[in-house]
Write a protein that binds this ligand. Structure first.
Ligand code: SF4
Ligand code: SF4
Length: 469
């Protein structure tokens, strides 16, 4: 067992919405014991996969090719999650490879020795062209399937409205999924507008599954019905319901009363057996109400709760000053999350843009790195396809590019290249920050709004504020 590979990084969970790319954090990040236990659990799982199931005659440990599809793990031993699981898939990377496990979902970064130790039946994927400053292909693609939404949230980053301006056809979206699968992408996150209003959304999810992609969804609850929920549960890796508070707090953030609809969608999806989570945009308007929301989510059986930073794009740019967290409030998020996790048994996940708020509290960037906590991943492992059919580094970015095949855009897109180059050579104070390679300089969308330039250190990071003074 001691000679078996230990993952370089372990990222647990799914990526059901834009920027949900950090690992599930919380206690694991402040306890070396808990963090090590997570890595060990996945090292054991990897060892069982390498050893093969009892009675399996297929060779193991014999290296791997990069062609062909996944094969069945099979096995006659006592049933475990791993035995029943679909086999993992491998994508080659310059450092070795990424092994993607379906359930429980995880991405493991392996070095070359780790890749060489995998059973010959493991392999999958493309990924032969190095991309400076990035993985060989995105791990996930965020796809906006419409900019139509029946409501008009005060801070909508897309300026969505009831009348669709852009709504790609099913054929166009299927082609995007085909390109993603061919490039070696693992997950796609469908968003809008309100994605669930598309009648063909589940056909799209089925197409993704057929191509080996895991489709995820973010919804405000529109389009989630008891009739539709069983198929949603079967198709989506995870569905996250946007819920910014209980009645009152919800309206204060979104400008309309949607809490009841969100809770109903959660109940319907939970009863259908879907993997569900909740997204909450944390603002000055709902921060003080988070403990009440935590209790309600725990009562409902929600276990994964994602907190997102308010992004100043679309209508959010016009309302940013009203919603942005004061510096002390931003600093309070991490201890508040730990407290709510402990009290309610919730797992709270921070979005990519919140990494600077973690960094000021946690003296363990190495553990964060191992748990694959990630700051700005736009263009490094994430790309977004807008409803207008253009590539963007992330869903909130103002910069976009002409249509091009995914693989070509990933390698050549000038915005992606510029964002990668910035992360590779961060200016002060990020250049000397111990969190630099995890955080990558903070949120470019906030930098653009506050400083006028995307490629500047995040002006709301405590360390950057101190440096300016
Ligand atoms: S710019 Fe980077 S940190 Fe900000 S939302 Fe996009 S991916 Fe996340
Ligand atoms: S100084 Fe820069 S790299 Fe460090 S936490 Fe702040 S924004 Fe991130």
């Amino acid at each position: 067992m001691t000679d078996l590979p230990v993952p370089l990084r372990v990222r647990r969970g799914r990526s059901p919405n834009c920027s949900a790319v950090g690992s599930v954090v919380g206690l694991a990040l402040v306890s070396a014991v808990v963090g090590a236990a997570i890595v060990n659990a996945f090292a054991d799982r990897l060892a069982r996969w390498i050893a093969g199931p009892p009675g399996d005659a297929s060779p193991s440990g014999g290296g791997s090719s990069t062609e062909g599809g996944p094969s069945s793990a099979g096995g006659s031993g006592p049933p475990t999650v791993e035995d029943q699981d679909a086999p993992p898939r491998l994508r080659r990377e310059a450092f070795g490879g990424i092994l993607a496990w379906a359930d429980p979902p995880a991405l493991l970064h392996l070095d070359h020795a780790g890749v060489a130790a995998l059973p010959a039946s493991t392999p999958w994927g493309p990924g032969n062209v190095d991309v400076p400053g990035a993985l060989r292909a995105p791990t996930e693609v965020h796809v906006s399937v419409t900019d139509r939404c029946p409501v008009a949230c005060t801070g909508c980053y897309l300026e969505a409205s009831p009348e669709a301006r852009e709504e790609p056809s099913l054929a166009v979206l299927r082609d995007q999924l085909d390109q993603s699968a061919a490039a070696g992408v693992f997950e796609v996150a469908f968003g809008g507008g309100e994605a669930a209003l598309r009648e063909d959304l589940l056909d799209l999810a089925e197409h993704a599954r057929a191509r080996g992609l895991v489709p995820n969804l973010t919804t405000s609850g529109f389009g989630v019905t008891p009739e539709r929920a069983p198929r949603m549960a079967a198709l989506f890796g995870q569905v996250n319901v946007s819920l910014d508070g209980l009645p009152g707090a919800y309206e204060a953030v979104r400008g309309w009363s949607g809490a009841a609809r969100g809770f109903e969608a959660l109940r319907v999806l939970r009863d259908a057996g879907a993997a569900v989570g909740v997204n909450t945009v944390v603002t000055s308007q709902n921060l003080r109400h988070l403990p009440a929301l935590a209790a309600a989510l725990a009562d409902l059986g929600v276990v994964e709760w994602q907190w997102l930073r308010f992004k100043p794009s679309g209508r959010g740019a016009d309302t940013y000053e009203r919603f942005v967290l004061a510096p002390d409030d931003a600093s309070s998020l991490w201890p508040l999350a730990l407290d709510l996790e402990a009290r309610h048994g919730l797992t709270i996940r921070f979005d990519c843009a919140m990494v600077p708020f973690i960094a000021e509290h946690v003296d363990a960037p190495s553990l964060a790195r191992t748990l694959d906590v990630s700051g700005c991943v736009a263009g490094e492992r994430l790309i977004t396809r807008s409803a207008a059919g253009r590539w963007k580094p992330c869903s909130f970015a103002a910069e976009d590019s002409d249509d091009a095949p995914l693989a070509e855009a990933w390698r050549q897109d000038p915005t992606l290249r510029a964002w990668r180059a910035f992360a590779d050579a961060l200016p002060a104070p990020c250049s000397t920050c111990p969190w630099a390679d995890v955080c990558r300089g903070g949120c470019r969308v906030v930098s653009r709004h506050v400083t006028g330039e995307s490629l500047r250190p995040d002006p709301e990071c405590a360390r950057v504020r101190e440096h300016r003074q």
